[in-house]
Design a protein around this ligand. Sequence first.
Ligand SMILES: [Zn+2]
Ligand SMILES: [Zn+2]
Length: 344
Amino acid sequence: MKALVKTAPGNGNLEILDVPVPECGPDQVLVEVAYCGVCGTDIHVMHDTFRNYPPVILGHEISGKIAEIGRNVEEFRRDEVVTILGATAVTCGKCEYCRSGYFIFCKNRRGMGHGVNGGFTKFVVARPDQLYRVPEQFSLAEAALSEPFAAIVQAISELTPVQMGDVAVVSGPGPMGLLAVKLLVAQGIKTIVAGAPGDTQRLAAAKRFGADAVVNVGEQNLAEVVRDLTKGRGADVAFECAGHHSSVRGCLDALRPMGRYTQIAICGCEIHYPIDTTFYKQLRTQGSITYTAATWDRMMRIYETGKLSLEDVISHKLPITEWEQAFNLCMDKKALKVVMHPVD
Ligand SMILES: [Zn+2]
Ligand SMILES: [Zn+2]
């Protein structure tokens, strides 16, 4: 089968190779990949700015159908549609974080797509506890958005609960920001989305997805627009999804006193952070990194409500052989979400 492989450490070293179909062990399930989303992490693995263990097949945002079941596995059947929690591929299972469900902080953790083989290929193996059945109303393509969407579910539904009547700011209309808009709008939250001058298309998408207002920060001041739209009150919550210092600043300024700020994006550098603003406004600020398995359970229940479609967040579906174009679309911020599918 063809696979997109990081062949050696260092910048680049990505190649489409022919690799053997993995063997399905007695406690494993073999999944035929339908789609695998392109994520910022894949681009970091390409540039070697995210920990990786070559040779390794990239891709961790996987949806597919069960092709084979190990003899000790009872809870799944062939042809069931699943999405995979790839981040728990290897964990120690013993440290305080593993035992409390926060496996993401396990020092020995290795996820699919960087630590063990991932989904930019035709078949992957996983343990049954990594698989989540996708409700019927969800397509295979949107099921591939589960991994990034789970990070949004943790940030919004678990760490920063919002209620009807709250006003939310989402700063940064990339794939994560747009998924945040989807969840907030589905919950009836008034949502204001901020983007940079290059984000015109993505801001238009946010508007289509139900955002109450979009702000191009090249032309307008976010805090002023938010004040205008909230009778001077300011926003209750802000989700920083751009990873840029001016966006951080914009969110802090747009919040009302006692508002809540959640960092979702990675900035990748030290930024100037006006900490006095958090003092004078008594803001609650926090970060949100990925999810727990419980978040994935909640996400499946959210899918089952039928109140949410993620299909229109996907702007491109490309074969893995066109990975360069797919990666460039993401790096150039030309796309909404890009997913790839295997080739024979
Ligand atoms: Zn991802
Ligand atoms: Zn651990």
